[in-house]
Design a protein around this ligand. Sequence first.
Ligand code: ZN
Length: 274
Amino acid sequence: MSMTISDEKMILEKAHNLLAAAGVKSFPLRMKPIIAYLQTGNELQVVKYTTMAKLMNVPVETIGFKVGSDEAALVYTGPDKPTTIYYKDVWIPKVRIRWNLGHEVAHFCCGHHLIEYRVKCSGLEMSKATAAHIEAEANTFSRAMHAPLELVLLFMGYYKIYDRLGVFAILRGIFQMSVPASYYYANRIFNRPVRGLFDIEHLRQYLDFYHDFTATFNRAAFAAVQRRYEPEYDMFEKHLNRRVLPDYRLPYQESISAIVGRVLPRSDDNAGLA
Ligand SMILES: [Zn+2]
């Protein structure tokens, strides 16, 4: 039940276009500019649970029940009404708020609310397979927003990291993604090929960030970041009750070197992308 490479590539492309349009150039991701961009066309409304509770004069605890989700939901009730994301903004870690928002924005950008609406109007129920596919797409999109694949590969090349644990540390330490999101993303990178998914041109808008980050954290400094985050990987895996051994696949090393070589030619002056 995994996406085809071309489906996945399309999702990454969409996520990249959104980041480019919203002017996102650095990480950790901030959802504010993205939401501001999506709200300018009046395409989308974004409402906090606390705002809704105030408006309705009810306790915040009841909002999850009203919108049909504990933490966040995308609500669409027809073509003439605004599409709204409701999200829980209290009693929940910031990284989780960011992920939830990213996930609902992903549903919106992929048009999942329209699919859901059509199914509902036809009086049918969405199949489990379609629902799972939609969730996989939203998670892939949200991941790509939080940490664009090309940029993750570039950091892997710079820090010479070719295993799941190290990538997990990159996602936690540089992109400040949550433990579960980092875990699944790191595993995605090693479970199936990523060749054919990335577009080096996408790196253009993130190069300043990349250079600033690597200027602050050289390889030795990043080793400390790695040591700090890697234990979380094992803890999460134990919690999932499964064990996947770290993978050191050579082809990754090669394709990453190729990326680094093209993006940062010998002199490190990024002539290739400047
Ligand atoms: Zn969802």
